[in-house]
Ligand binder design. Structure first.
Ligand code: NOJ
Length: 721
């Protein structure tokens, strides 16, 4: 293949090379004829947002049969959590902690997208995010490097399959490189300040996992990092990604992110932006035209090198060869009908939706409900086939959706289900519909309130300063709780939030994220116990936005707080002496704990953790430590527990996080059944990256936990000599 690439490059004119480095949205670029003309002239290497097998074939024909060298186009699209069959938002997928299932979903998304002519998706988004205000947390794997790495692997392998040249697979794109999730204040596109030690240990591991899984492409981010825009960051792109990680696919900019270096105040003009982008190692420019307009001139002036251009073109051609586009450039136009929203795809969507939902509270075993229970089904998300799909569903179709209402009617019967939405949409402030809600509750034994946020309130540029439920949803929940009937709260949302002021109103809370096409059947299965919840939080739930950023793997501080070392603001005596309350790391209103910790999630059964033990309490470099614990299902139904392994390096040459997730297992147990879970911990999993990128494993004392979540668990300790 490398020989073929070399041969092709040697035949290319400079204009054709630059053409390969340009991607446009045909709808923005010009008329159909103008797009065809540019393709015919070899001036475009890729299009985004063109769908439909026939349309794609028509333009591909121009590229393959009418351009001088016949180089096929890459057709890109945001296929983020499904194409037509919509799976839960990526944050929800991460909550399943089920790599195989996420992979299966990505493979289905690839198949559906491929049947419509798409051969490249701009996913997975694997930006570690520790700020629930940031709207794009919905698209990420949450706060943890290991979970984001799992999502990276699952999606890259799912989209790309074993063999990228299979026409039913598509190229993946790991994004947004890098640090985009660290936007200051959670405001999208904002500045990021990321010391190198965090860059290497927190933000890079998911990209490393994507590269190791063979990701075909990587997208640079919009943000600037420590003063240098990510799309102009030579050390990060050319250095760390391409050289150090050995990434041999190509790098695409985000939409106009090269041109935006002018707005950042980093590029003086478009020409300068093009120079910075290519120098950094961005091989293809999305949407803006600085490469098309200026690379030739920059080359003539000696500001960029031919070697850089050739390297970029080779990388792009390499991916096109890997995709098999030179051998089969066209899409089978008859495929889509039999592929899109295939019943089997819906089954996977339902299963993943079920596994993504997290049971946060279940007082007195309120859930599951018995079939035939008289239920008041209330709230603005009950019958929202569109909103339940979540952000980034360009090709999702609400007509495919099964809403909660539909699923309740089907399963529980219309005569047992009293529907009154109360609010027409989540931001609705009018309480006119509350009278109907009261009537519905009067006829029922249990209230199921489906609240949250509409799809448009999370995702790109949808940051929020407040995390409380929007509209009059808090009042609706108060009304529901005031009638003396048990309340089950279901939350469909793109972010963690909304619960601090309302959770006491519900006996049970099921956090459903935006579950996708099969929201209704998945929820009904969980609510009525046809399935048992197993999801666990991939992100810490704060009490309020004032706690953000918040994450379990924080540093200890010199003055850690504990329950005895802080006083709630309401309990502080008037004129208390300055130091009388103790000086520890907390806030006077929220204390020091989150609302729900990372890794948390309940089941309809209970699991007991016992007998943690280690293969040794002293290990040497290169050894493998075995960590065991017994997990017992102490409840009445079969369930799956996600058992987590955490470690802490007690003393480091740099301060170390209080806990770090190292591994996890899904353990399915029948009632009364016990299993010993064994984790193998290699010593090279115990180290960390120094700010210069070198990895060190430092001898000393370590703590280790086998745990149901980041705040609990069985602890042991060992020494690394
Ligand atoms: C901008 C977004 O940041 C990115 O995630 C997306 O893939 C591109 N637009 C293309 O739509």
């Amino acid at each position: 293949m490398e020989k073929k690439i070399q041969e092709l490059v040697s035949k290319m004119t400079l204009e054709e090379k630059i053409g390969q480095m340009c991607q446009v949205d045909p709808g923005v670029f010009g008329s159909e004829e103008e797009v065809k003309e540019a393709v015919r002239n070899g001036q475009l290497g890729s299009l985004l947002n063109l769908i439909g097998a026939e349309k794609v074939n028509a333009i591909q024909k121009v590229a393959v049969e009418e351009s001088r060298l016949g180089i096929p186009l890459m057709i890109g699209r945001d296929v983020i959590h499904g194409y037509r069959t919509i799976f839960p938002i990526p944050l929800g997928m991460a909550a399943s902690w089920n790599e195989e299932l996420v992979k299966e979903a990505a493979a289905i998304a690839a198949k559906e997208a491929a049947s419509e002519g798409i051969n490249w998706t701009f996913a997975p988004m694997i930006d570690v995010s520790r700020d629930p205000r940031w709207g794009r947390i919905a698209e990420s794997g949450g706060e943890d490097p290991l979970i984001n790495a799992m999502v990276a692997r699952a999606m890259v392998q799912g989209f790309q399959g074993e063999d990228l040249s299979d026409p039913m697979t598509i190229a993946a794109c790991a994004k947004h490189y890098i640090g985009y999730g660290a936007a200051e204040g959670g405001r999208d596109y904002n500045t990021t300040i990321i010391p190198d030690i965090y860059l290497y240990n927190v933000y890079l591991p998911s990209f490393r996992a994507a590269v190791d899984a063979g990701v075909a492409t990587v997208m640079t981010a919009f943000n600037d990092i420590n003063g240098i825009p990510a799309s102009g960051h030579q050390r990060n792109v050319r250095g760390i990604l391409k050289q150090d990680l050995g990434f041999d696919g190509f790098v695409v900019s985000d939409w106009a992110s090269i041109q935006e270096m002018m707005a950042h105040g980093y590029a003086a003009d478009e020409k300068h932006a093009a120079q910075l982008g290519l120098s950094a190692g961005v091989d293809m420019e999305m949407a803006s035209r600085t490469y098309a307009n200026h690379l030739q001139e920059l080359l003539e002036e000696g500001k960029i090198t031919m070697e850089w251009i050739d390297d970029a073109v080779k990388r792009i051609l390499r991916v096109k060869f890997r995709l098999g586009l030179f051998d089969h450039p066209y899409v089978d136009e008859s495929l889509a009908d039999s592929v899109l929203v295939h019943p089997q795809h819906l089954t996977v969507a339902r299963k993943l939706a079920e596994e993504s939902m997290v049971l946060l509270k279940n007082n007195n075993d309120l859930l599951p409900l018995k079939k035939g229970t008289k239920v008041a089904l209330i709230g603005p998300m009950v019958d929202q086939p569109y909103e339940q799909l979540g952000t980034w569903i360009f090709d999702g179709n609400e007509n495919d959706s099964k809403s909660v209402l539909e699923a309740f009617y089907e399963y529980n019967g219309e005569s047992n289900t009293f529907f009154a939405e109360g609010l027409k949409y989540t931001r609705d402030k009018s309480t006119k519909g509350f009278a109907e809600v009261e009537k519905a509750i009067a006829k029922s034994d249990v209230v199921v309130a489906v609240v949250g946020e509409e799809a448009i309130l999370s995702g790109e540029a949808k940051s929020l300063a407040e995390l409380d439920f929007v509209g009059a949803q808090n009042q609706l929940l108060q009304l529901a709780a005031s009638k003396g009937k048990p309340v089950v709260m279901v939350v469909m949302s793109g972010r963690p939030g909304g619960l601090y002021k309302t959770q006491h109103l519900a006996g049970a809370i099921l956090y459903a994220w935006h579950p996708g096409t099969m929201a209704g059947p998945a929820l009904v299965n969980l609510i009525f116990g046809e399935s048992v919840p197993s999801g666990k939080l991939p992100v810490t739930f704060p009490k309020g936005e004032g706690q953000a950023p918040i994450y379990y793997a924080h540093k200890m501080s010199g003055r850690p707080a504990d329950s005895s070392s802080w006083t709630h603001i309401d309990d502080i005596p008037v004129k208390a002496v300055q130091h009388s309350l103790g000086n520890t790391n907390h806030t006077l209103d929220y204390g020091f704990t989150p609302l729900y910790p990372f890794g948390y999630g309940l089941s309809y059964t209970t699991f007991e953790y016992s007998d943690i033990s280690l293969s040794s309490d002293k290990i040497k470099m290169g050894d493998v430590l075995k960590v065991f614990a017994t997990i017992t299902n102490t409840g009445k139904v079969q369930g799956t527990e996600i058992v987590q392994l955490y470690t802490r390096d007690l003393v480091g040459s740099y301060t170390r996080p209080v806990k770090e997730l190292k591994d996890f297992r899904r353990v399915t147990l029948k009632p009364g059944e016990s299993k010993t879970v064994t984790f193998e911990l290699k010593t090279d999993e115990l180290g960390f990256y120094l700010p210069d990128g070198n990895y060190v494993v430092e001898p000393g004392e370590f703590h280790v936990w086998i745990a149901p979540n980041a705040a609990e668990g069985l602890q042991s300790e060992f020494w690394l000599e």
